[in-house]
Design a binder for this molecule. Sequence first.
Ligand code: SF4
Ligand code: SF4
Length: 290
Amino acid sequence: MSKINSKGLDTAKHPCFNKEAAKTYGRVHLPVAPACNVQCNFCNRDYDCVNESRPGVTSSILSPGQASWFFDEISKEIPISVAGIAGPGDPFANSEQTINTMRLIRREHPDAILCVSTNGLNVLPSINDLAEIGVSHVTITVNAIKAEIGALIYDWIKVGKRIFRGIEGATLLLENQLAAIASLKDHGITVKVNSIVIPGINDHHIVDIAKEMTKRGVDIFNCIPMIPVEGATFGSLEEPDHDMMFDIKNRAGKYLPQMKHCQRCRADAVGKLTDKDSSKWAGLMQHASK
Ligand code: SF4
Ligand code: SF4
């Protein structure tokens, strides 16, 4: 079933927001955002490997022009409905690259669904641009709505040249995330909230996040089990098991629709969500990056 938004885009073709669409359409993640303005204790972006399938990993970094060329080429090969930016750092620690990329894609592909995934710290100053370009979907990762819990998850938050840590940093991040969600909704943009489930740290808190997000008009919720990554502070924690995730999703689902088919994709993922073989397009991406 199509779902035409105010810009004339069929947003039902987004494979992450509509499980049915995932059978037909793929997405391209354009890795134009290398820097990050937050250090999450579960993240280690030092691993850039073509064989690893998880967020924050890419085999290349592209400029906006290169990303646009790469998207053109991929679109000729396979059915792609979405151009997304999901790192490998944060899109809005690299706002210029992100906005320029979205503009270039929109110019050549008026029907493409444009999508960005961010920690939410610095998206607010770019929301007018996102709306004007016609970015229809934004994901914000909210791992805590209590600063005491956030302080356990984030090592530091960077605003301008200043680093904030502990409760102060977590409070600042949360305030910016909530302001961004309000503004995105005011601009008619579909908002997904991701929460990374970290056993012993925020697993007991995820349902509270879902309750709060429903009050704030968020459209869909995606609980993602943390992947323990070597070298990260939380690298020795256990990955949440199936029972924990099933229980959390069921309880959170009383408050917000749940995304249940997330594949925890790489920052340079290409194709259908279930297509994990990124090496297939790595050569073309490397060619684009030269
Ligand atoms: Fe890693 Fe994303 Fe956290 Fe940045 S915001 S540290 S890229 S998980
Ligand atoms: Fe979609 Fe999840 Fe992959 Fe993001 S990480 S593109 S939400 S399936």
